[in-house]
Write a protein that binds this ligand. Structure first.
Ligand code: NDP
Ligand code: MG
Length: 379
């Protein structure tokens, strides 16, 4: 039996993780869950999974939830509560299904308590990649990718030496606006932005997929997870989302991982690694799919992807600025305060004002993040 903690259990990845638990009650036990605003769902999850602890970020929501439940589950709140929910003694693996850089501190706390990490929360690696990977090495912890592309790369690398990797081919669906030009994006509606062609996900990552920032964040995520340089990462647009990514080795062999767009496999692969277990997803029918196509990304229409590579090449504190600026820009967009095309403008503006500094510890990251936030909100 594997004991797990899920931070962000009410979200898209969180609820899909719980589906896997439901199908494998003899293999997985949920010891901790967490959320922020959706206390009705947290209440249901407590009743069904009976975790030892439930963390609710918002203190008022935590109090409301406490008043509603009569089980022994301990309700905690704030960042302190979230940290508590990842380090219970019997937890073996923490699924980071929370959205945004807020996941960084609980991830570091879990690593310090020697918990393996099933990492969906890519913003954590974008902001704190060096710190997280170094600490994981120091504490002997595995960082197991949940993001479908990174799971594909991880699967392709099994049995191969990392020194034999020539290049990572990171596939992208292209999002809902693939094939459009910059001028077309002036008119897009919120409904169009939030309608991803292949995946049903949380709002923030869905906007990131429409701007292609998601692929930029994933490139930085891949850089840290697989210890490759920026030049070894190629983004290829593949609208069918069947090839989830591939690795080219020095002998020119390319190993790809395929499947329908469904997060079940990457989540369960991380949870059960190195074991493979069966699931209810249908077999891939290649003749029914017929064509798999590949094209270059359009960096002119989707400047967020170029900004992410720029931040990665500058390094130091710049990816933190990129990530935080993007989080705020997406939040402002979702609140109808800025237009879709202003997202990259806002990120580019704040990046151009930032003088990169070396990053040594969590406080350095939080300070740069606070600087970015202040800079945007004061303008
Ligand atoms: P969702 O928006 O669906 O879920 C986010 C979760 O985080 C919810 O449980 C939410 O709680 C919680 N949360 C949000 N803000 C806070 C906060 N300030 N404090 C505490 N908890 C908070 O996101 P997704 O599941 O789509 O994505 C989660 C992560 O996984 C992201 O980093 C994303 O990039 C990554 N990812 C997602 C994929 C997908 O298919 N969805 C695929 C690959 C990666 P509540 O609902 O209670 O407010
Ligand atoms: Mg992905």
């Amino acid at each position: 039996m594997k004991n797990i903690s899920i931070i962000g259990s009410t979200g898209s990845i969180g609820t899909q993780t719980l589906n896997i638990v439901r199908l494998n009650p003899d293999k997985l036990k949920v010891l901790a869950i967490s959320g922020n605003s959706n206390i009705a769902l947290l209440e249901k999850q407590i009743l069904e999974f009976n975790p030892k602890i439930c963390a609710v970020m918002d203190a008022e929501n935590a109090a409301r939830l406490k008043a509603r439940i009569s089980t022994k589950t301990k309700i905690v709140s704030g960042m302190q509560g979230l940290l508590e929910s990842v380090c219970l003694q019997d937890i073996e693996i923490v699924v980071t299904a929370i959205s945004g850089m807020i996941g960084l501190q609980p991830t570091l706390e879990a690593i310090k308590h020697k918990k393996n990490i099933a990492l969906a929360n890519k913003e954590t690696l974008v902001a704190g990649g060096s710190l997280v990977m170094n600490m994981a090495k120091e504490y002997g912890v595995c960082i197991l990718p949940v993001d479908s592309e990174h799971s594909a790369i991880f699967q392709a690398m099994q049995g191969n030496q990392t020194t034999a990797v020539k290049k990572i081919i990171l596939t992208a669906s292209g999002g809902p606006f693939r094939g459009k030009k910059r001028i077309d994006l002036l008119q897009v509606s919120r409904q169009d932005v939030l309608k991803h062609p292949n995946w049903h996900m949380g709002e923030k990552i869905t906007v990131d997929s429409a701007t292609l920032m998601n692929k930029g964040l994933e490139a930085i995520e891949a850089r840290w997870l697989f210890d490759v340089s920026m030049d070894q990462i190629e983004v290829v647009v593949h609208p069918q989302s069947i090839v989830h990514s591939a690795v080219e080795f020095i002998d020119r062999s390319v190993i790809a991982q395929m499947g329908y767009p469904d997060m079940t496999l990457p989540i369960q692969y991380a949870l059960f690694y190195p074991e493979r277990i069966s699931n209810l997803t249908p077999s891939l029918d290649l003749t029914a799919i017929g064509n798999l196509t590949f094209e270059k990304p359009d960096l002119d229409t989707f400047p967020c992807l170029a900004l992410a590579f720029e931040a990665m090449s500058i390094g130091k504190s710049m990816p933190i600025v990129l990530n935080k600026a993007n989080e705020i820009a997406v939040e402002l967009y979702l609140k109808n305060r800025i237009a879709f095309v202003e997202i990259p403008q806002l990120i580019g503006d704040v990046m151009s004002k930032h003088s990169p500094i070396d990053i040594g510890c969590l406080d350095d990251i939080l300070n740069v993040s606070a600087w970015t936030e202040k800079n945007i909100r004061n303008n």
